[in-house]
Design a protein around this ligand. Sequence first.
Ligand SMILES: Nc1ncnc2c1ncn2[C@@H]1O[C@H](COP(=O)(O)OP(=O)(O)OP(=O)(O)O)[C@@H](O)[C@H]1O
Ligand SMILES: [Mg+2]
Length: 280
Amino acid sequence: MNGQASRLIQLRQLEEREKQFPASKIVSICSGKGGTGKTFFAANFAYQLSNLGKKVLLVDLDLNFSNLNILLNQATQEVISEFFEQKKSLREIVFKYNKNLDLVFGDSGREDYPRVSKEVLDYLFISLSRISDDYDFIILDSSAGADHLTLHQLVRSDYNIIVTSPEPTAVMDAYVIIKLLNSSNYAGEKLVVVNKCSDEEDAGAAFANLSVASKHFLGEEPNFLGSISFDSAVHKSIVHQELLVEVAPQSQPAGEISSIVKRFSTITQVANNNHSRQII
Ligand SMILES: Nc1ncnc2c1ncn2[C@@H]1O[C@H](COP(=O)(O)OP(=O)(O)OP(=O)(O)O)[C@@H](O)[C@H]1O
Ligand SMILES: [Mg+2]
């Protein structure tokens, strides 16, 4: 057999094994405390990743408190509850935002919101894995805290980006998330973003406190993904229902989000290279 033919066979085998052991691509954006900026970050992060040429699916999983449609000024037609009620498939509720970015919107304030059990959430993860070949990353915007359902979601994700702010209450609640992931034997990567910072010192101090507590009580340190400044441009972009990175790419927080996206791409590239090496 010539070299080219055997290489082709090797590639086929690799593809088959990749199907059995898919690369890591599910990313939850979470927080202990509410209002730390998860939805703002998730939308801008997803958009910037898609700008780097990655195919991204962003799913609003803040069940019945969905904001993504408002943030992006989109009238929602298909919503995730229709999927939970098995009225529509996941593909049928995907909204094309642009060439590389797809969205799944949620609902808000439905009085008869379907009960979402762990099994229903598992059904979502199975359906996500079925369409995952279409995407480089699947990003899940979560509700704050870690009730049993949210924790189940976080534990099933390959990466958790924990968004906190420098306030001690937010740092404490971020620590609780790390602790709960730890006690659930979470095997994925925990990454921290400190949002709403007044300066770098502010961000550094918050992360240091989180890191020291995690090391002391849990024997592990989370990874610092980056910080984002508190800036009125963020508020303005939300009021105008626009993406900050799109309308004010020169602003400080937009630049910081771009740096976070680049760091995240590097981390995931290394992880996926290691993964490919393991399955060869
Ligand atoms: N870097 C920032 N600078 C200034 N304001 C910010 C920043 N990040 C977020 N905010 C403000 O914080 C508020 C909450 O943001 P967002 O809705 O994204 O938080 P959340 O974590 O998704 O909240 P929830 O827990 O309710 O889902 C928004 O009104 C936004 O204007
Ligand atoms: Mg939110």
